[in-house]
Design a protein around this ligand. Structure first.
Ligand code: RIB
Length: 320
């Protein structure tokens, strides 16, 4: 069982000729209102990749909320674990350029009312996975992650959007997270030091450093260059499936959801990484976070084209 705790948004997606710069207005012919939100995307990705999923979060008493509930059900996830908030449903304004790059602003709305107590103890089943992201109040995340870990679940945090690194954040990650999923920029910011805020030239060393200092399995996604992971002893590197990128929105969410679905099905970490990397690449082939999010048979067929997973002992990449 996979329990996702997190955000649900309606994404207003606009395909623009170029991302607007500060002060600039950019025109495009139309927009689409699509299901999104990192929690929602990860839940749907995990379900499509073969997982059995429960989704805990909040939506408003409005049309966007109804659409998000219907979308969950259409993807095989009951909507009975969602609560109705006083605030309107979360909404994201997403502009996407012709290269598939995006810029996103989120009005959190109902997501700010999400509480750890929305998840009953009975949902925290030993051996299952609890998945969280950073679009609901931090303290509610830590509370539910702590309870899940105490109940014997394996906890996964996608640290996105990444908060500023603080000693309290480090302590919370160490205490509550088993598997941390970050992109390169989030990894660099979390590690601090000379690479702070920019992509690291040596992502493998950074990945190992985070795994060791935070005592987690650290997974660093590298976009079109694939994925790295370190469990403190070994480092794995996984290539990316070559695809024509239309829109990268939701690729990281697809990765996280598919990764957890594979792990929950009993796949070893290297194979689960390859499965998730394949799913994330396929998710970039259409507009919106969920339109091109793949189902298990599609991932299985494309994974056959992936290069083998590389493995090294941590001593070979560690930077003292
Ligand atoms: O990760 C992509 C998601 O981020 C979008 O669906 C948007 O809603 C924002 O939460």
């Amino acid at each position: 069982m996979i329990v996702v705790f997190g955000s649900l948004n309606i994404d207003l997606v606009m395909a623009v000729p170029a991302l607007p710069r500060p002060g600039e207005t950019v025109l495009c012919p139309s927009y689409r209102a699509l299901p999104g939100g990192k929690g929602n995307n990860q839940a749907v990705a995990a379900a499509r990749a073969g997982g059995t999923v429960r989704m805990f979060g909040r939506v408003g008493a409005d049309g966007f909320g109804t659409a998000l509930r219907d979308n969950l059900v259409a993807n095989g996830i009951a909507d009975g674990d969602l609560r109705t908030a006083e605030a309107p449903t979360g909404c994201a304004a997403i502009t996407v350029d012709p290269h598939g790059e995006n810029a996103i602003a989120v009005a959190s709305g109902a997501n700010l009312e999400v509480r750890a107590t929305d998840v009953p103890d009975a949902a925290l089943i030993p051996g299952g996975f609890l998945v969280a992201q950073m679009e609901v109040p931090d303290e509610e995340n830590w509370a539910v992650l702590r309870r899940a870990k105490a109940a014997g679940m394996r906890t996964v945090l996608n640290l996105a959007p990444a908060p500023a690194p603080t000693p309290a954040l480090t302590a919370a990650l160490r205490d509550t997270v088993d598997i941390l999923v970050v992109n390169e920029l989030e990894a660099a910011a979390l590690a601090g030091g000379p690479n702070e805020g920019s992509a690291s030239a040596d992502a493998a060393a950074l990945c190992c450093r985070l795994a060791e200092s935070l005592r987690v399995v650290c997974v660093v996604t590298l976009g079109g260059r694939g994925v790295l992971a370190c469990d403190g002893e070994r480092v794995w590197s996984v290539g990316a499936l070559p695809v024509t990128v239309v829109d990268t929105t939701g690729a990281g969410d697809t990765f996280t959801g598919a990764l957890v679905a594979a792990l929950d099905a009993g796949e070893p970490l290297p194979l689960a990484l390859s499965w998730a990397s394949t799913a994330a690449a396929l998710a970039c082939c259409g507009h919106g976070a969920q339109d091109s999010m793949p189902h298990a048979p599609q991932i299985r067929a494309s994974r056959a084209k992936m290069p083998p997973v590389g493995e090294l002992p941590v001593e070979l990449v560690r930077h003292e």
